[in-house]
Design a protein around this ligand. Structure first.
Ligand SMILES: C[S@@+](CC[C@H](N)C(=O)[O-])C[C@H]1O[C@@H](n2cnc3c(N)ncnc32)[C@H](O)[C@@H]1O
Length: 320
């Protein structure tokens, strides 16, 4: 975590995120690791969650002027200006736990309740729910009774900041859900993509620019023809770890697709790289109008009738 070379500062200065990360690590690492070591959660996973929490804290400081409770007096915290967050696939619940402890209001849910939730203080446990998010266009067709568990259709309160961290099937849906939840003032979001799925929920590999030049070729074909030997294959793998290389990887294609969908529904989007020990370290931030992020503005739905003209064609155009 100490090498910050090569990270880009386009959204928030990395030094600010790093300093907040170090404070969070000092404050929460021992408590979390003592409880979780030798269980399913790796220490690295906890560090990733702390980095994402640090990124959000600095982003929200910029967007809403809100600072964490522990860093500021009640007069300077401005936490009342923070509209609330929802973590839509909160997994182990660490990001939700840290943000709540830092004074931000919000909640998280996941389709699968985790044992780790029971380690958190009672007020945090109350903010973690077992629910399945089913996008409203699906519910409109199948009905909620078919699902067999508690569902959310992403009817989040106005202004809610949507966190979609390694949310698998929900990754490409996130900008659509956030826009549909509040068409007059689309909800801001952070997506940290991980595994690639189509809008139908099936695992799906979006075409890379390489694929577009040679649509019939599979990933293996590319690796073989481009390399022919192990050294070249290793070089290709190394290249995938660079910013330029990622653009041409399967992961890069998922980031590009998610960004594209967000832009199509009218979001101002910024992409950045998180300082985590994972090659899947892209962050996509969408707000209604980036130039006015201090006091988020909505999209102009008179010129962009979201549901009817924009979301529907995208949903229809994406392969199942
Ligand atoms: C790779 S895990 C990541 C969890 C967590 N965000 C993290 O980074 O540790 C993906 C999570 O997405 C959840 N998930 C997938 N589809 C979901 C849905 N439709 N509604 C709620 N949770 C969902 C899964 O249950 C799983 O916990």
């Amino acid at each position: 975590m100490d090498d910050m070379a090569g990270l880009n500062d386009n959204i928030i200065p990395h030094e600010a995120i790093h300093n907040t990360y170090l404070r969070l690590k000092k404050q929460y690492e021992k408590g979390l690791c003592d409880k979780w070591l030798d269980r399913t959660e790796s220490v690295n996973h906890i560090f990733q969650d702390l980095t994402i929490a640090a990124f959000l804290i600095e982003l929200w400081s910029d967007m809403y002027g809100a600072r964490p409770r522990s860093e500021s007096s009640s007069e300077t915290a401005n936490l009342a200006q923070f509209p609330g967050f929802v973590d839509i696939a909160c997994g182990n619940g660490v990001v939700v736990y840290v943000l709540l402890m830092e004074g931000y209001s919000g909640w998280g849910f996941d389709a699968r309740r985790r044992d780790t939730w029971s380690y958190f203080p009672a007020p945090v446990q109350e903010r973690l729910k077992e629910k399945m998010l089913v996008p409203k266009p699906f519910i409109d067709i199948v009905g909620s009774q078919e699902i067999g568990m508690e569902i959310s259709t992403a009817d989040f309160a106005p202004g809610t900041f949507v966190i979609s961290n390694h949310a698998d099937e929900l990754t490409v849906w996130t900008p659509l859900l956030a826009a549909l939840a509040s068409p007059n003032s689309p909800l801001p979001f952070l997506v940290v993509p991980c595994c690639s799925h189509s809008l139908s929920g099936s695992t799906y590999r979006y075409p890379t620019p390489k694929d577009s030049n040679n649509p019939g070729a599979s990933q293996d074909d590319h690796q073989q023809s481009a390399s022919g030997d192990l050294r070249a294959l290793r070089a290709a793998k190394q290249k995938e770890k660079t910013a330029e290389g990622r653009m041409f990887s399967q992961y890069g294609a998922l980031v590009t697709k998610t960004t594209y969908i967000a832009e199509q529904v009218g979001y101002q989007v910024e992409n950045t790289i998180l300082n985590i020990l994972s090659p899947r370290n892209a962050a996509i931030v969408g707000v209604g109008n980036w130039s006015q992020r201090n006091g988020i503005q909505g999209l102009n739905t008179e010129t962009r009738p979201l549901h009817q003209w924009i979301i529907k064609p995208i949903v229809c155009a994406v392969p199942s």
